[in-house]
Design a protein around this ligand. Structure first.
Ligand code: C2E
Ligand code: MG
Ligand code: MG
Ligand code: MG
Length: 285
């Protein structure tokens, strides 16, 4: 009996592995044509400045709308795109889309709206990333200071020195650099010293239990103070409740992002969101 079950488990395991393999192979094949087929789209999540209580910018978040598999979240295809090098072309598309969308919004009256774009380390390690970004800005039109790139520290950053040099070149262009998911994984303190950063994003894992876990409250406050002492703006992600907003306000966090403010939105809905906010603010004055 036991032996039988063991055998079944092994069988099921290898079946599962095979299915996973098949799905990955399929995703990879389709991912190569996702850009030309127009299957990628960007959602935009507002960033709220806590002092002004205004939306100061948005973060571009990538989605893959596959014709048969439906909407695929980035966590499922970005690691694959990175392994296969497809991320470079996808990343260019993202930069292009995000910069032209922000330019369009600026022209519609949201003149000082910023856009943040997540960049893969693979992209940053490419020799031509700085001219690529400069070209995109030139072609699409927003002033470079309205573009911020978010980087997630990762184990695979092999060319640290070269990356630091490129980040300096980006800063010379006036593009801002944020470190994402701070406090988790590989985002170590030494990078704070060596990277030319403009802001730091507190990972959502410290935000989620801000109201109930004393340790998280202490950690969030420590990260906020650390960022400020280094001259950086501090952004908290994953804010889902009023209580979290209030704690972060008391802790003097600069900006927040999260479902409590807004989910990531399609461009049209973002415009509606920005209009409503402006409306409310004008009315309450
Ligand atoms: P991230 O840059 O740290 O983005 C934050 C993630 O948290 C997003 O997930 C967002 O939808 C989600 N989020 C926002 N507010 C809340 C909240 O209140 N509660 C919770 N539980 N989650 C919230 P998403 O869109 O699935 O993206 C996941 C990750 O994929 C991103 O993490 C980023 O690292 C990566 N990514 C997204 N777009 C791109 C891209 O264009 N290029 C690259 N290289 N990576 C991207
Ligand atoms: Mg991000
Ligand atoms: Mg993050
Ligand atoms: Mg992340």
């Amino acid at each position: 009996q036991v032996k039988q079950e063991g055998k079944n488990n092994v069988f099921e395991y290898s079946l599962k592995k095979r299915e996973e393999h098949a799905r990955n192979a399929l995703l990879e094949r389709h991912l190569r044509t996702a850009v030309p087929n127009g299957e990628l789209l960007l959602l935009y999540q507002p960033k709220l400045d806590l002092r002004a209580f205004e939306t100061v910018g948005v973060e571009a978040l990538l989605r893959w709308n596959h014709p048969t598999l439906g909407m695929i979240p980035p966590d499922e295809f970005i690691p694959l795109a990175e392994r296969k090098g497809i991320i470079v072309d996808i990343g260019k598309w993202v930069l292009h889309r995000a910069c032209s969308d922000i330019k369009a919004l600026q022209q519609k009256g949201f003149a000082s709206l910023h856009v943040a774009v997540n960049l893969s380390v693979i992209q940053l390690e490419k020799d031509d990333i700085v001219p690529v970004i400069a070209d995109v800005l030139h072609l699409t039109g927003p002033a470079p200071r309205y573009l911020e790139i978010e980087i997630t520290e990762s184990a695979v950053m092999s060319k640290v020195e070269a990356v630091i040099e490129k980040l300096h070149a980006l800063r010379d262009l006036k593009v801002s650099v944020a470190i994402d998911d701070f406090g988790t994984g590989y985002s170590s303190l030494s990078y704070l010293k060596r990277f030319p950063l403009s802001s730091l994003k507190v990972d959502k894992c410290f935000v989620h239990e801000l109201g109930t876990q004393k340790a998280d409250k202490t950690i969030a406050k420590a990260i906020i103070d650390l960022g400020h002492n280094l001259g950086l703006r501090v952004v908290a992600e994953g804010v889902e409740t009023k209580e979290q907003l209030e704690i972060l306000t008391a802790q003097e966090c600069d900006e927040i992002q999260g479902y409590y403010i807004s989910k990531p939105l399609e461009l049209d809905n973002l415009e509606q969101f920005l209009l409503q906010k402006t409306d409310n603010e004008t009315r309450s004055r």
